[in-house]
Design a protein around this ligand. Structure first.
Ligand SMILES: C[S@@+](CC[C@H](N)C(=O)[O-])C[C@H]1O[C@@H](n2cnc3c(N)ncnc32)[C@H](O)[C@@H]1O
Length: 242
């Protein structure tokens, strides 16, 4: 793991005590779906289902998934968007990352209830996952309503930083997309400034409607519904240059 531990970009990692069912899912289902970030991630292995003889019951939820597009969702919250996208695209492979245990537990419940088999999870910092993904392995990355850190002195805690964009650029395939949304005007401007300053990305908007409206197939997130920001959501799509 990288030793230059960057500043924390998230708040709490645990809130109320998990309900018994959620605690049981964390105990039994999460180990089947967890992505090991202690070494380079072998995407095919991650989606190949539990190792025979690993002592794990072959959970339907960790069934093998073929080599479809790889999608990363950073900070999936309660997992509603992640699981809805996975259900709609069973051929794609989704890795969701979220440090907040209660969010992970909620996501596990959505996975179990929906029966999707193409989701893997990491409870922790997405930067640890990005650091371990192979070069040019990712087709799409969602960053939806990331923690805004609106105070000036906290801007350094925002996920979008030059170092993070460099790390993300390494793992995105040429032409792969980053989909970013926020309802904080200053974070939208900040993100736009950082991505457009980085030659490895282009902003794909051609008209105002492209940043005023969500992309086709968007599923509303929990934070989006709460409308806690200072503007209507701004939708930014960036493409990794070849
Ligand atoms: C404001 S919430 C939005 C959650 C969800 N995307 C939604 O729209 O409902 C931001 C989430 O990002 C997570 N987060 C913050 N920093 C992160 C990081 N470095 N890696 C992964 N998740 C992170 C937080 O724990 C939090 O759940």
């Amino acid at each position: 793991m990288d030793d230059h531990r960057p500043l924390r970009t998230f708040g709490r990692t645990k809130a109320r005590t998990l309900k018994p069912r959620q605690a049981a899912l964390v105990e039994t289902l999460l180990p089947h779906l967890a992505v090991d970030v202690s070494a380079e991630i072998d995407v095919d292995v991650v989606f190949s289902g539990p190792e025979p003889g690993a002592g794990l019951a072959p959970a339907a939820d960790a069934a093998p998934v073929g080599g479809g597009p790889l999608v990363l969702e950073i900070g999936f919250g309660g997992g509603e968007h992640l699981v809805a996208q996975a259900a709609g695209q069973p051929e794609a492979r989704f890795i969701g990352v979220e440090p907040f245990l209660n969010g992970v537990a909620s996501c596990l419940r959505h996975i179990e209830e929906s029966g999707v088999t193409n989701v893997r999870l990491h409870q922790g910092d997405a930067r640890d996952v990005v650091a371990r993904l192979p070069d040019a392995s990712l087709d799409l990355c969602y960053i939806l309503f990331p923690d805004p850190w609106p105070k000036l002195r906290h801007h350094k805690r925002r996920l979008i930083q030059p170092e993070f964009l460099a790390a993300l650029a390494r793992v995105l395939k040429p032409g792969a997309e980053v989909r970013f949304a926020t309802d904080w005007a200053n974070y939208a401007a900040w993100t736009l400034e950082h991505f457009t300053r980085d030659a490895r990305f282009v902003w794909t908007a051609e008209r105002a409607a492209d940043w005023q409206n969500a992309w086709p197939g968007h599923v509303q997130t929990r934070y989006e519904q709460k409308q806690l920001g200072d503007c209507t959501p701004i939708w930014l799509r960036f493409e990794r240059t070849p």
